[in-house]
Write a protein that binds this ligand. Structure first.
Ligand code: MLT
Length: 424
């Protein structure tokens, strides 16, 4: 029997259908609410609003579950390659050997970026934030790669997957005053990225398998996270039928904010500031508890995970492995482990569920891998790209309407225009 939710407004009662997802998630379908009652809902930050029905990622914030297309994040991070996960997200199933080879080869065929795009890139200041540069370059792709006459976005999907790592490394090379590296298609996706980042004309880069495995894991952990801020942005921009490039570029901008992807950069900057101030973590723990201190611990707690972030559990282990394998002894990382230990044992943080999240550990690993702080969010964007693409594709396949939220107007009511000379 169909389930209904009943709403009483004055002396009238209305019924709205309850819909149930494949994991038994419940939603009240209010599509007819305004037509039937003249009311809308208000939900600042959309915390109780399901914007879509999606078959890509399942997340249970209470139980700390994250699955892509039904596969647990723990298993994927342990066993899969990032490109395999990208294929899974974008096309819905894990690839066969032949499908994987075709996907990887098509990506390799498109890793070179149009040389004329380098002219645009050259115009950016040397200290430009790489997220701003990346979003501009991705948007510029719509001017350079207009050719998919079939009307399908397949080629554009491949181009984005192929060129994003190449373009991302340009900013770093420029900040170092070094020539950019061209892709090396004999390397796998992660190793190719590391090579473009770190190889020098005078010193070839030897990819360390521990480093490339850690990067593979990080990219998988970031690959999708259902309707987060940047993904919702991608879907919303795409809902106007803007191009895939324009939509992904908008997603990169949304991700750049410190409340979203920019948090991993903020974590390391916070740790560095604590180190500069003498490294007394207990002082900062006390400040974090004091509402008037103006200090906020970055990288602790999460909007949707109420007990723990499953990605953080996986990444913590990876962080420990990477630090041990690379023999890293960095005072900033020592401060990180002291903060982590304090937060996990202190009643104040435990009661408020302020446990270290994925941003906390990802910043630590990226630092250990030698990736500069302002590139951390770019790494998140490279990881999130297949998720954005998958969500954009799903939104189009579902023929979703243009996104158009409403509002409750709280401004001035109608008033007459007063000429400037008569205004007080
Ligand atoms: C994400 O992975 O997108 C972040 O954890 C933010 C979120 O899900 O809201």
């Amino acid at each position: 029997m169909s389930e209904f939710a009943e709403l009483s407004l004055g002396d009238k009662k209305y019924q709205f259908p309850v819909i149930t997802g494949s994991e038994d998630e419940k939603a009240i379908d209010i599509a007819k609410l305004r037509d039937e009652t003249g009311h809308i809902t208000i939900d600042s930050g959309y915390k109780n609003t399901g914007a879509t029905k999606s078959a890509i990622t399942f997340l249970d914030g209470e139980l700390g579950i994250l699955r892509y297309r039904g596969y647990s994040i723990e298993e994927l991070a342990e066993k899969a390659s990032f490109l395999e996960v990208a294929y899974l997200l974008i096309y819905g199933e894990l690839p066969t050997t032949a499908q994987y080879a075709e996907f990887e080869n098509s990506i390799k065929m498109h890793t070179i970026v149009n040389e004329d795009m380098r002219k645009i890139f050259e115009g950016f200041p040397v200290n430009a934030h790489p997220m701003g540069v990346l979003s501009a370059m991705v948007c510029a792709m719509s001017a350079f790669y207009t050719g998919d006459k079939s009307g399908s976005d397949e080629l554009n999907i491949i181009r984005l997957m192929a060129k994003m790592p190449s373009m991302a490394t340009w900013s770093y090379k420029k900040s170092q005053g070094h020539p950019v590296n061209y892709p090396n298609n004999s390397l796998d996706y992660c190793s190719n990225f590391l090579n473009m980042m770190f190889a020098l004309p005078v010193a070839p880069y030897q990819v360390n398998p521990v480093v490339s495995a850690a990067l593979n894991k990080l990219l998988i952990l970031h690959a999708d996270h259902e309707q987060n801020c940047s993904t919702s942005t991608v879907r919303l921009v795409g809902s106007s039928h803007a191009s895939l490039y324009a939509s992904i570029s908008a997603g990169i901008n949304a991700l750049s904010g410190p409340l979203h992807g920019g948090a991993n950069q903020e974590v390391i900057e916070m740790l560095e500031a604590i180190k500069e101030d003498g490294g007394d973590t207990s002082k900062y723990i006390a400040m974090a508890k004091d509402k008037n201190s103006g200090f906020r611990l970055m990288g602790f707690g999460h909007r949707v995970y109420k007990n723990f972030d499953p990605r953080a559990r996986i990444i913590k282990k990876a962080a420990d492995d990477v630090l041990a394998a690379l023999g890293i002894n960095d005072p900033v990382l020592k401060i990180a482990s002291e903060l982590e230990a304090a937060a996990l044992s202190d009643e104040y943080f435990v009661a408020r569920k302020l446990y270290p999240n994925v941003d906390f550990y990802s910043g630590i690993i990226y630092r250990a891998l030698g990736i500069p702080t302002d590139m951390f969010t770019v790494m998140f964007a490279i990881g999130r790209l297949p998720g954005w693409i998958a969500q954009w594709k799903e939104m189009k396949a579902n023929k979703e309407p243009i996104g158009r939220p409403r509002q409750v107007y709280v401004g001035a009511t109608e008033r007459a225009y007063v000429s400037m000379s008569e205004r007080a």
